[in-house]
Design a protein around this ligand. Structure first.
Ligand code: ZN
Length: 206
Protein backbone atom coordinates (compact mmCIF):
# COMPACT_ATOMS: atom_id res chain seq x y z
CA UNK A 1 0.00 0.00 0.00
CA UNK A 2 1.21 3.48 -0.72
CA UNK A 3 -0.17 6.71 0.57
CA UNK A 4 -0.33 10.20 -0.82
CA UNK A 5 2.27 12.50 0.67
CA UNK A 6 0.13 15.60 0.79
CA UNK A 7 -2.24 14.15 3.39
CA UNK A 8 -1.33 14.69 7.00
CA UNK A 9 -3.21 12.01 8.87
CA UNK A 10 -0.17 9.88 9.54
CA UNK A 11 3.02 10.77 11.34
CA UNK A 12 5.12 8.96 8.79
CA UNK A 13 3.93 11.38 6.14
CA UNK A 14 6.04 14.15 7.58
CA UNK A 15 9.18 12.48 6.42
CA UNK A 16 7.85 12.19 2.93
CA UNK A 17 8.17 15.87 2.15
CA UNK A 18 11.91 15.97 2.74
CA UNK A 19 13.91 16.43 -0.40
CA UNK A 20 15.98 13.38 -1.07
CA UNK A 21 19.39 13.89 -2.55
CA UNK A 22 19.57 11.53 -5.48
CA UNK A 23 22.41 10.93 -7.84
CA UNK A 24 21.97 12.30 -11.31
CA UNK A 25 23.98 9.40 -12.65
CA UNK A 26 22.29 6.26 -13.85
CA UNK A 27 23.50 3.31 -11.79
CA UNK A 28 25.44 0.62 -13.52
CA UNK A 29 22.85 -1.78 -14.85
CA UNK A 30 22.82 -5.37 -13.82
CA UNK A 31 22.43 -8.16 -16.30
CA UNK A 32 18.74 -8.66 -17.00
CA UNK A 33 18.39 -12.27 -16.05
CA UNK A 34 14.69 -12.25 -15.45
CA UNK A 35 11.56 -11.19 -17.24
CA UNK A 36 8.59 -10.17 -15.15
CA UNK A 37 5.19 -10.40 -16.82
CA UNK A 38 2.87 -7.57 -15.80
CA UNK A 39 -0.68 -7.42 -17.07
CA UNK A 40 -2.33 -4.00 -17.00
CA UNK A 41 -6.13 -3.93 -16.87
CA UNK A 42 -7.12 -0.38 -17.65
CA UNK A 43 -10.62 -0.09 -16.18
CA UNK A 44 -9.93 3.62 -15.63
CA UNK A 45 -9.48 4.14 -19.39
CA UNK A 46 -6.26 6.02 -18.76
CA UNK A 47 -4.91 7.33 -22.09
CA UNK A 48 -1.78 5.94 -23.67
CA UNK A 49 0.09 9.23 -23.20
CA UNK A 50 -0.12 8.60 -19.47
CA UNK A 51 0.58 4.89 -19.64
CA UNK A 52 3.72 5.18 -21.77
CA UNK A 53 5.74 7.19 -19.21
CA UNK A 54 4.27 5.03 -16.45
CA UNK A 55 5.63 1.90 -18.10
CA UNK A 56 8.95 3.64 -18.75
CA UNK A 57 9.32 4.52 -15.09
CA UNK A 58 8.62 0.93 -14.03
CA UNK A 59 10.98 -0.38 -16.70
CA UNK A 60 13.86 1.72 -15.36
CA UNK A 61 13.27 0.85 -11.72
CA UNK A 62 13.30 -2.89 -12.46
CA UNK A 63 16.09 -2.72 -15.01
CA UNK A 64 18.30 -1.35 -12.23
CA UNK A 65 17.86 -4.63 -10.31
CA UNK A 66 18.32 -6.85 -13.34
CA UNK A 67 14.68 -7.46 -14.14
CA UNK A 68 13.06 -6.86 -17.51
CA UNK A 69 9.33 -6.06 -17.45
CA UNK A 70 7.20 -7.51 -20.23
CA UNK A 71 3.86 -5.76 -20.43
CA UNK A 72 0.59 -7.47 -21.24
CA UNK A 73 -2.88 -6.01 -21.63
CA UNK A 74 -4.76 -9.11 -22.73
CA UNK A 75 -7.85 -9.50 -20.55
CA UNK A 76 -8.25 -13.09 -21.71
CA UNK A 77 -5.23 -14.08 -19.65
CA UNK A 78 -6.04 -16.04 -16.52
CA UNK A 79 -5.77 -13.53 -13.66
CA UNK A 80 -4.69 -16.32 -11.34
CA UNK A 81 -1.94 -17.54 -13.65
CA UNK A 82 1.10 -17.40 -11.36
CA UNK A 83 3.34 -16.37 -14.22
CA UNK A 84 1.67 -12.97 -14.48
CA UNK A 85 1.21 -10.11 -12.06
CA UNK A 86 -1.96 -8.12 -12.63
CA UNK A 87 -2.26 -4.40 -11.99
CA UNK A 88 -5.75 -2.96 -12.33
CA UNK A 89 -6.22 0.75 -12.83
CA UNK A 90 -9.61 1.09 -11.21
CA UNK A 91 -12.52 3.14 -12.49
CA UNK A 92 -14.18 5.66 -10.15
CA UNK A 93 -17.06 3.26 -9.45
CA UNK A 94 -14.66 0.44 -8.63
CA UNK A 95 -12.69 2.69 -6.30
CA UNK A 96 -15.83 3.82 -4.51
CA UNK A 97 -16.91 0.23 -3.99
CA UNK A 98 -13.49 -1.01 -2.85
CA UNK A 99 -12.86 1.79 -0.36
CA UNK A 100 -16.34 1.32 1.08
CA UNK A 101 -16.11 -2.43 1.46
CA UNK A 102 -12.52 -2.43 2.73
CA UNK A 103 -12.78 0.86 4.64
CA UNK A 104 -9.71 2.28 2.95
CA UNK A 105 -8.58 5.78 4.04
CA UNK A 106 -8.77 8.52 1.45
CA UNK A 107 -5.00 9.04 1.25
CA UNK A 108 -4.30 5.50 0.09
CA UNK A 109 -3.34 5.41 -3.59
CA UNK A 110 -3.16 1.68 -4.22
CA UNK A 111 -3.31 -1.73 -2.65
CA UNK A 112 -1.97 -5.14 -3.45
CA UNK A 113 -2.61 -8.74 -2.46
CA UNK A 114 0.36 -11.02 -2.66
CA UNK A 115 -1.77 -14.16 -2.50
CA UNK A 116 -3.54 -13.42 -5.77
CA UNK A 117 -0.64 -11.53 -7.40
CA UNK A 118 -2.85 -8.55 -7.91
CA UNK A 119 -2.55 -4.81 -7.31
CA UNK A 120 -5.26 -2.21 -7.54
CA UNK A 121 -4.42 1.41 -8.33
CA UNK A 122 -6.86 4.13 -7.33
CA UNK A 123 -6.33 6.01 -10.54
CA UNK A 124 -8.48 9.06 -9.86
CA UNK A 125 -6.57 9.65 -6.61
CA UNK A 126 -3.19 9.39 -8.32
CA UNK A 127 -4.38 11.82 -11.00
CA UNK A 128 -4.67 14.49 -8.30
CA UNK A 129 -1.08 14.06 -7.07
CA UNK A 130 0.64 16.18 -9.76
CA UNK A 131 -1.48 19.18 -8.81
CA UNK A 132 0.46 19.40 -5.56
CA UNK A 133 3.88 18.18 -6.55
CA UNK A 134 6.87 18.13 -8.83
CA UNK A 135 5.61 14.95 -10.44
CA UNK A 136 3.96 14.42 -13.78
CA UNK A 137 1.18 11.90 -13.85
CA UNK A 138 3.18 9.24 -15.67
CA UNK A 139 5.87 9.38 -12.99
CA UNK A 140 3.31 9.31 -10.19
CA UNK A 141 1.61 6.27 -11.71
CA UNK A 142 4.97 4.63 -12.32
CA UNK A 143 6.06 5.09 -8.73
CA UNK A 144 2.80 3.64 -7.47
CA UNK A 145 3.18 0.59 -9.72
CA UNK A 146 6.81 0.01 -8.75
CA UNK A 147 5.84 0.12 -5.08
CA UNK A 148 2.90 -2.26 -5.37
CA UNK A 149 4.75 -4.71 -7.62
CA UNK A 150 7.48 -4.62 -4.99
CA UNK A 151 4.93 -5.71 -2.40
CA UNK A 152 3.92 -8.62 -4.65
CA UNK A 153 7.50 -9.84 -4.92
CA UNK A 154 9.23 -8.98 -1.64
CA UNK A 155 8.31 -11.72 0.84
CA UNK A 156 8.02 -9.72 4.04
CA UNK A 157 6.41 -6.77 2.28
CA UNK A 158 8.15 -4.26 4.50
CA UNK A 159 8.35 -0.56 3.78
CA UNK A 160 11.69 1.19 3.84
CA UNK A 161 12.65 4.78 4.29
CA UNK A 162 14.03 6.09 1.05
CA UNK A 163 13.66 3.41 -1.59
CA UNK A 164 10.78 2.62 -3.93
CA UNK A 165 9.26 0.87 -0.92
CA UNK A 166 8.85 4.03 1.10
CA UNK A 167 5.28 4.10 2.46
CA UNK A 168 4.41 7.53 1.11
CA UNK A 169 4.75 8.91 -2.35
CA UNK A 170 7.71 11.27 -2.67
CA UNK A 171 6.40 14.35 -4.43
CA UNK A 172 9.58 16.42 -4.20
CA UNK A 173 11.68 14.65 -6.81
CA UNK A 174 10.79 13.37 -10.24
CA UNK A 175 13.55 10.82 -10.72
CA UNK A 176 13.05 7.08 -10.66
CA UNK A 177 12.99 5.74 -7.13
CA UNK A 178 14.85 2.50 -6.92
CA UNK A 179 14.86 -0.60 -4.83
CA UNK A 180 17.65 -1.12 -2.35
CA UNK A 181 20.23 -3.80 -3.06
CA UNK A 182 18.53 -6.10 -0.54
CA UNK A 183 15.10 -5.48 -2.02
CA UNK A 184 16.43 -6.22 -5.49
CA UNK A 185 17.93 -9.50 -4.35
CA UNK A 186 14.71 -10.36 -2.56
CA UNK A 187 12.70 -9.76 -5.72
CA UNK A 188 15.03 -11.88 -7.83
CA UNK A 189 14.98 -14.62 -5.19
CA UNK A 190 11.18 -14.68 -5.29
CA UNK A 191 11.28 -15.00 -9.06
CA UNK A 192 13.80 -17.82 -8.84
CA UNK A 193 11.79 -19.61 -6.17
CA UNK A 194 8.57 -19.46 -8.12
CA UNK A 195 10.27 -20.64 -11.24
CA UNK A 196 7.41 -19.31 -13.29
CA UNK A 197 9.05 -16.33 -14.90
CA UNK A 198 10.83 -16.36 -18.19
CA UNK A 199 14.52 -16.57 -17.56
CA UNK A 200 16.65 -15.14 -20.30
CA UNK A 201 20.12 -16.24 -21.19
CA UNK A 202 22.56 -15.01 -18.58
CA UNK A 203 24.64 -12.09 -19.65
CA UNK A 204 27.71 -10.81 -17.88
CA UNK A 205 27.33 -7.80 -15.66
CA UNK A 206 29.01 -4.83 -17.25
ZN1 ZN B 1 3.28 -0.12 0.64
Amino acid sequence: MIRAARMSSCACLLASVAVIAESTHEPKLLAQDYTLLVRIVNYAKAPEWQLRPMRGHVDRAFRAIGVHVAWRDDRSLDPLDPSTLTVALLSPAMIANKVRVEQIPDNVLARSARGVQHAWVFYERVVKVPQHSMLDLGTALGRVLVHEIGHLLIPDGKHSGLSAMRPTLDIQTASVQRFTRDEGESIRATMRARGVFVELAQRPVR
